[in-house]
Design a protein around this ligand. Structure first.
Ligand code: NAD
Length: 404
């Protein structure tokens, strides 16, 4: 990207909820490495899905700082805004996994709605020049097969606790724009995929299941489709919106690649060189499980508003998928520590603890005590272990290289 168009920006940018998986960690790495004159502060609670491995490459960079904190705690937020004189916020932090929102919906409302409110109120008090709120195509709800793609002015009609919490957060954003003239932009993205994504989402989860020679666990009949954008393209889109977008606007990040869950199975089995063309082949590799309580058939958004700012999707789904598979084959088993429970159908998360559905059902019913215990924990317990494992692996790989 040509940076000469923005020569004098001295941003103290705070990317909230950046470390874990996706758009956040990719975008933080992009901003830090592309714009050395911006000071990037990554503020993240280090939730169950997060790992500092995703920004390890930035350690030692003078324009990068990591701050652990929780967006639902005003004191944490204000401390960081003041300490770093933050002038721009990218708000990614969320409970983002739809499956979990059916069982743990208070956590979704708390983080996604109340957390967003805390960020908005703290930004109002502190004063900022730009606040970019990351939302999702799911706020529009189900789009019937054959219906036209939805523009940014379409009605919001969320259908699950996750998407409802994201739509509610958008209402707070819109209110702060109207009431306090806060310089806000909202971004609604399609599904994101690529390296570094926590393997609870379908693509990395399926890759890791195949890597372990396990069956792919498909919810329902596998027919729902989603549109997918490669993480690198999301970074370009956010950079475009940041530097060229207009305050007060909403932008869809919309992909051309609409893929069903069954198609994902076929494509991955193909990349892994496993037969998948007969029903017998599929039975050996794919297991259909119960569906979500409700599952939107498809989302379909129109991206012409962002295209008018100059953004174009560059990564074709098949290419992006191959790159993603390569990454998970090398790092998927070590990046987050033990992911065995994450790879089961409908795992349950409490605090930073992950159970299989069966383990969770067998737990004692006194869940108040249990929840307190787990919510009290602040750290993802596997981060250090995963790093050690990774370093050992890299050491071993180097030794192997030097032998050959
Ligand atoms: N992944 C997708 O396909 C997708 C698609 C559209 C929109 N989005 C949106 O993009 C954003 C990022 O999504 P993701 O998939 O990377 O999410 P994720 O769940 O993988 O990561 C969320 C991050 O937020 C952090 N976090 C959670 N609660 C926090 C809190 N209270 N305080 C501070 N940090 C907290 C977590 O530690 C984690 O690093 C979300 O807002 C999501 O709604 C994601």
């Amino acid at each position: 990207m040509d940076t000469s168009a923005y020569p004098n920006w001295e941003h103290q940018i705070r990317a909230v909820g950046e470390c874990e998986e996706h758009p956040p960690c990719w975008f933080v790495r992009h901003l830090t490495l592309t714009y050395p004159h911006y000071h990037i502060i990554s503020f993240d609670k280090l939730d169950y899905c997060a790992t500092l491995n995703n920004t390890r490459i930035l350690d030692g960079r003078t324009n990068f700082t990591f701050e652990q904190g929780d967006i639902t705690l005003p004191a944490d937020v204000k401390r960081v805004l003041r300490k770093h004189k933050v002038d721009t916020i990218f708000h990614f932090a969320a409970q983002s996994h739809v499956d979990l929102s059916f069982g743990n919906s208070y956590q979704f409302t708390n983080t996604n709605v109340y957390g967003t409110h805390v960020l908005l109120e703290s930004s109002r008090e502190h004063g900022i020049t730009r606040f970019i709120h990351i939302s999702t195509d799911e706020v529009y709800g189900d789009v019937p097969i054959g219906a036209a793609d939805l523009s940014e002015t379409s009605l919001l009609a969320p259908t699950n606790p996750y998407s409802a919490s994201k739509a509610a957060a958008e209402m707070m954003v819109s209110a702060y724009r109207k009431s306090f003239k806060l310089p806000l932009i909202t971004v609604r993205s399609n599904n994101v995929y690529g390296p570094h994504q926590f393997p609870e989402k379908i693509i990395p989860k399926f890759i890791m299941l195949l890597q372990r020679s396990s069956k792919l666990l498909v919810h329902g009949d596998g027919s729902p489709t989603r549109r997918y954008v490669y993480a690198g393209d999301i970074v370009d889109a956010l950079d475009t919106i940041f530097h060229r977008g207009d305050i007060g606007q909403i932008y869809n990040i919309a992909s051309k690649d609409e893929i069903s869950n069954t198609e994902i199975c076929h494509k991955l089995l193909d990349i892994f060189g496993l037969p998948h063309l007969t029903s017998g082949d599929l039975e050996m590799r794919v297991q259909y499980t119960e569906d979500r309580p409700f599952n939107d058939q498809r989302y379909a958004t129109d991206g012409s508003k962002l295209a008018a700012l100059g953004w174009k999707q560059k990564t074709d789904f098949d290419d992006g998928l191959r790159t993603t598979v390569d990454w998970y084959r090398r790092f998927g088993e070590v990046w987050w520590g033990d992911i065995s429970r994450v790879l089961t159908s409908f795992p349950v998360v409490e605090g930073t603890e992950i159970w299989t559905k069966e383990e969770h059902e067998a737990l004692p019913s006194d869940d108040e005590g249990r929840l307190e215990e787990f919510y009290g924990e602040q750290e993802a317990p596997w981060t250090t272990g995963a790093l050690n494992h990774l370093q050992n692996m890299q050491g071993a790989a180097k030794r192997e290289d030097s032998v050959h």
